[in-house]
Design a protein around this ligand. Structure first.
Ligand code: SAH
Length: 249
C-alpha cells in the first residue's frame, strides 16, 4: 500500500538540512512537524519524500511523533541528485510585487541563485532574505526540484559588477530597445554559466546603463517592443534562457 502523503499538488516533499542515508533519522523542523501532524494528519508509518540539495530524493516514514515534533527514518533513495542550469537572477526589488513572489516563480523556473540588487531608482530599501529563502524552499518542494536556489544578501549595483565572477555571462535586460533580441544574445553566448539582470520600476538611469554596458561580461538584451514590469521581465527572461539554453528540452 503506497501510504505516501499527498496533497492536491502532488506528493509531500520536504527539504531538510540533514544527511540522507539508509536508516538515517531526520528530525523535522517545528514547522514541518506541524504541517505533517496537524495539517496533513500524518501518523507513524506515513511516508514522505525528503531532499537536502545534494543527496537526491529519499523515501522516509514517520518513526515517532509528539505534539510538536516528528522524527522520520530514511528508507531508500528514490531519485539520483540532479541540479538545475547554472542560471542566476539578479533583480532590483520592486514595491508592488513582493520579492517573495519573484523568489517562488524564479525557483520554479530553475534558477540556481537569487541576487537582490539595489540601483539608484530602487525604491525598496530592504529585502527580507530569510523570507525569500523560505519561499524558495517551498517552491523547490512543490516544483519537484532537488536543490534550493542560493538566496544572497542584497548588493548595490556597483559592488555586484565589481565582484562579478569570471566565466559567467550577464544578460542585461535593457528596456531602451537598443539591444539585440535575447534569442540572438543567447545563441551568441558560449558560456554555460549565465545570469539575468532586471531593473526597478523606474528602470536604470543613463549612468548605470553605461556602467553596465561597459563590462566585458555583459550582453544587453531586448525582451521585445513593449515595456514589461520588472517582475514580468525577470520571469520572461528566465523562461527564454531555460527554453533556448537551459533544461526545457
Ligand atoms: N524604464 C521603464 C520601466 C522599467 S521596467 C519605465 O520607467 O517605464 C523594469 C525593468 O524591466 C527594466 O529596467 C528592464 O530591466 C526590464 N525590462 C522591461 N521591459 C523590457 C524590455 N522590453 N526589454 C528588456 N528589458 C526590459
Amino acid at each position: 500500500m503506497n501510504d505516501h502523503l499527498t496533497y492536491p499538488g502532488g506528493k509531500v516533499r520536504l527539504y531538510v538540512e540533514a544527511q540522507l542515508t539508509e536508516g538515517a533519522r531526520v528530525e523535522a523542523s517545528e514547522g514541518q512537524a506541524h504541517y505533517l501532524l496537524h495539517v496533513m494528519r500524518a501518523r507513524t508509518g506515513s511516508r514522505v519524500s525528503l531532499f537536502n540539495g545534494t543527496g537526491g530524493e529519499w523515501l522516509a516514514s514517520i518513526l515517532e511523533s509528539g505534539r510538536r515534533e516528528c522524527v522520520l527514518e530514511c528508507e531508500r533513495q528514490t531519485r539520483q541528485q540532479q541540479g538545475t542550469p547554472d542560471l542566476w537572477l539578479c533583480f532590483a526589488p520592486i514595491k508592488k510585487t513582493p520579492a517573495d513572489y519573484l523568489a517562488q516563480k524564479a525557483t520554479e523556473l530553475g534558477v540556481s541563485a537569487l541576487q537582490p540588487v539595489f540601483t539608484r531608482r530602487t525604491v525598496v530599501s530592504r529585502v527580507n532574505t530569510g523570507r525569500l529563502h523560505a519561499n524558495a524552499i517551498e517552491a523547490a518542494e512543490q516544483s519537484d526540484r532537488l536543490t534550493v536556489p542560493d538566496v544572497r544578501e542584497p548588493l548595490p549595483l556597483e559592488k555586484l559588477l565589481a565582484s562579478w565572477p569570471a566565466g559567467r555571462q550577464l544578460m542585461f535586460c535593457d528596456e531602451t530597445g537598443e539591444a539585440p533580441p535575447i534569442k540572438e544574445a543567447l545563441a551568441a553566448s558560449s558560456k554555460s554559466a549565465c545570469a539575468v539582470l532586471t531593473g526597478p520600476e523606474g528602470g536604470f538611469d543613463e549612468v548605470e546603463r553605461e556602467r553596465i554596458r561597459s563590462q566585458a561580461f555583459v550582453t544587453p538584451v531586448s525582451l521585445g517592443p513593449r515595456i514589461l514590469r520588472a517582475d514580468t521581465a525577470a520571469l520572461a527572461a528566465l523562461s527564454v534562457c531555460q527554453a533556448l539554453a537551459g533544461d526545457w528540452r
